[in-house]
Design a binder for this molecule. Structure first.
Ligand code: BES
Ligand code: MN
Ligand code: MN
Length: 462
């Protein structure tokens, strides 16, 4: 595959221009105001897969946004790689914190990306990383180096829980049959430290509502005499962690997979600087569960975090009021063996049980999914490892990530195949935050590395 490097160099500008066009379409799946844009993005992805040499490209309608399915089957006796990605993006707010508009992509240099990075919502998560696969496909079909069968499944609802994709997978097991699933929707340790993600956390996402008096009240006339829903909610939330930052929900840790000291020692070998970590976030100390390191806290341990909290008066100036209601959105990141539906039930029962008299509490589950871990001795992992060795000159480090892609465990359950997570973004690329970006170097390196995965996977697959 000598010419992949030169192919990338020759087509670099076009690869960037095409991605920039895709990034201009605001495919915000969470916000119905962007419905037409999201549908247009699906069409653009379908078109790009056709141009990249897929023989069949289908826009599969669902109750939500369409799923793009495409394939090129060259020989039924050869293995099949299924590529998954998502074309939807997170909402860009708060808009005022962006240094350039989220859907007007620009290339700017940063300390970590001296060769430039594309700034736009979705640049890294996941349009940029998904498009690397489209361009790698283009290279393989144009240069007659495609060694196996390829299927693509690109969805538009990952950021809102992949509900319709779950149904689609269950109903289309034959269509989606494969020997390995390949995803670029995670990160790597650093530019000079490639890594392969071997674990994802599960997720349970709930919304809670505390209702006190039947109307907002004057905080002088009634304050101190009735339960204030905001006071109550914050106290209830505070009680969900103890002084060691352990979660207090009974049964929460029952099924948590405990890593051996040896496994934890292996993990600790991954390069990591606590000082750089703190400096990058402008914090003077890290915070978290007693007895675990930062990298353990954010990957192998479960967590509970408030993602948003509201109620009462938040406008300009002061208004003396006791709100009738208070609300919060809470996410729990889960680790292998914790079942998200069970954890959701435990949360609901516990949260309702700790409500003081004088308020009503309602817990509404949103979405969730199971965690995932994958061994490093599989053919898929080994093929990915060799691919990185080829293009980075280094053996990638296996690393469990703190993020979630709930559909991955469903893939394993329904399609009986392992997923290989070859992520090329950096944690500092600000996914889900203002000023999301994706290094030009990373984008091109991804395109260069992916064809080697196909080559080695096909060679090593018995
Ligand atoms: N691509 C991310 C997940 C991710 C990012 C995993 C970096 C590992 C490293 C994905 O798009 C995402 O944001 N997932 C959500 C869950 C989903 C159900 C909304 C998440 O992790 O919050
Ligand atoms: Mn993603
Ligand atoms: Mn995301």
């Amino acid at each position: 595959m000598k010419n992949i490097k030169s192919y990338v160099q020759e087509n670099k500008q076009r690869f960037l221009d095409e991605l920039i066009e895709l990034l201009k379409i605001p495919s915000i799946s969470a916000d119905s105001a962007y419905k037409q844009d999201t549908i247009n993005t699906a069409d653009a992805v379908a078109k790009s897969l056709k141009e990249a040499g897929c023989d069949v490209v289908e826009i599969c309608e669902t109750e939500g946004y369409p799923i793009i399915y495409a394939h090129k089957i060259i020989d039924k006796d050869l293995p099949t790689v299924l590529v998954y990605g998502h074309y939807d993006v997170q909402p860009p707010d708060p808009l005022n914190l962006w240094t350039s508009p989220p859907f007007e992509p620009v290339i700017k240099t940063t300390d970590l990306h001296p060769e430039g990075a594309i700034f736009a919502r979705g640049a890294c998560d996941d349009k940029g990383q998904m498009y690397m696969h489209v361009k790698a496909m283009e290279f393989m079909t144009k240069n007659n180096t495609l060694p196996c069968n390829v299927k693509f499944m690109i969805e538009g609802e990952e950021e809102v829980g992949s509900v319709n994709l779950g149904k689609f997978v269950k109903q289309n097991q034959d269509k989606l049959s494969n020997d390995v699933i390949l995803i670029s929707d995670t990160g790597m340790i650093a530019q000079d430290t490639p890594s392969i993600t071997t674990g994802l956390r599960g997720l349970s996402y709930v919304e809670v509502e505390v209702t006190g008096p039947n109307r907002d009240l004057h905080s002088g006339l009634y304050g101190g005499a009735v339960a204030n829903p905001i006071n109550v909610l914050t106290k209830m939330i505070a009680s969900l962690h103890d002084d060691n930052n352990h979660i207090t929900i009974p049964g929460f840790y029952d099924n948590v997979e405990e890593l051996s000291l040896d496994e934890r020692a292996q993990m600790a070998k991954a390069p990591f600087s606590l000082d750089k970590y703190k400096a990058a976030l402008d914090i003077d100390a890290v915070y978290g569960e007693e007895g675990y390191t930062t990298n353990e806290r954010n990957s192998i341990r479960p967590t509970l975090d408030v993602n948003g909290i509201w109620g009462g008066y938040t406008g300009e100036g002061a208004k003396t009021v006791i709100a009738s209601q208070a609300f919060a959105k809470i996410s729990m990141r889960l680790v292998p063996n914790q079942d998200w539906e069970n954890i959701t039930d435990l949360f609901k029962n516990h949260f309702e049980s700790i409500a003081p008299k004088g308020v009503k509490v309602k817990v509404t589950p949103h979405h969730g999914g199971q965690g995932y871990v994958t061994p490093i001795d599989s053919v898929g992992y080994q093929a990915a490892s060799k691919a990185y060795q080829e293009t980075f000159g280094k053996t990638p480090i296996p690393q469990r990530s703190g993020g979630s892609i709930p559909i991955v465990s469903l893939f394993e359950q329904e399609l009986k195949s392992k997923t290989i997570l070859m992520g090329f973004g950096l944690d500092s690329d600000a996914i889900h935050s203002p000023n999301e970006h994706f290094g030009v170097w990373n984008y091109l390196k991804g395109i260069e590395t992916i064809p080697y995965f196909y080559k080695y996977f096909t060679e090593m697959h018995k």
